[in-house]
Design a protein. Structure first.
Length: 233
């Protein structure tokens, strides 16, 4: 384990289970210090992971849909530089055509998948130095160009909205040297991806982290998959 790896800190937003929890474990294994957030009193086994981490994992509670909690987290982390800020958030609420979706469901998915992640980026981005990376978990389903099959229409729309908002963020920070990433992890067997997905978490997450590390320092915004391939907008 190198001293440079030991000095790095990742902040993983949305890490109680699935891809987020696996990213925490992967970064710890690679020698990073990790701050991970969980929603409410549902930390999964992150508390046990933290207890075994010799102080390298700090678990914070955060509901990204509550701006006051995001502000409180920002205050708690003040003065603690973050080499990687990565926001992992996603809900689907079912596979329905748009005509079948209630306004309540539409609002919930769009707020959780698009608005709230960008609020987190806006609130916490000043913790990330010029050499750092800001990443958000997107999806191939957020690609307009790749939408040939429909399905999960509100989820698709929410990820497309997230991509657009991240692109606006990049445009407003055109002179910012930090690396900005929209990451598509592939179709993974999680509570979100379902049991029939093509990839296990262990097949996706190490490659997600490899891709983030490969892109670090390149600057600008890229929409890439877990293997580092560019995803069409």
């Amino acid at each position: 384990m190198s001293d440079s790896a030991k000095s790095k800190t990742a902040l993983i937003i949305g890490a109680s289970r699935g891809l987020g929890r696996a990213m925490v474990a992967e970064y710890l294994q690679r020698g990073w210090r990790v701050v991970a957030t969980v929603r409410g009193n549902h930390p999964g086994d992150l508390r046990d992971l933290a207890a075994a981490s010799q102080g390298e994992l700090l678990v914070e509670e955060l509901d990204i849909n509550l701006p006051e909690q995001v502000a409180d987290l920002r205050a708690r982390l003040a003065g603690d530089p973050i080499d990687l800020l990565f926001v992992n958030a996603g809900v689907t609420n079912g596979d329905f055509e748009i005509s079948e979706v209630s306004t309540e469901t539409f609002n919930e998915v769009m707020v959780t998948n698009a608005l709230s992640p960008m609020r987190v980026v806006e609130a916490l981005q000043d913790l990330v130095p010029h050499s750092g990376t800001i990443g958000v978990m997107s999806s191939h389903q957020g690609s307009v160009a790749l939408n040939n099959n429909a399905g999960y229409e509100v989820y698709r729309a929410s990820k497309s909205a997230l991509n657009q908002l991240m692109r606006s963020f990049a445009a407003r920070h055109a002179d910012d040297p930090r690396t900005l990433l929209l990451l598509a992890p592939g179709w993974v067997r999680t509570a979100l991806g379902g049991p029939n997905a093509a990839l296990s978490i262990d097949e996706s997450v190490p490659k997600v982290v490899d891709t983030i590390e490969k892109e670090a320092g390149n600057g600008g915004l890229r929409f890439v998959d877990y293997r580092g391939n560019t995803v069409p907008w």
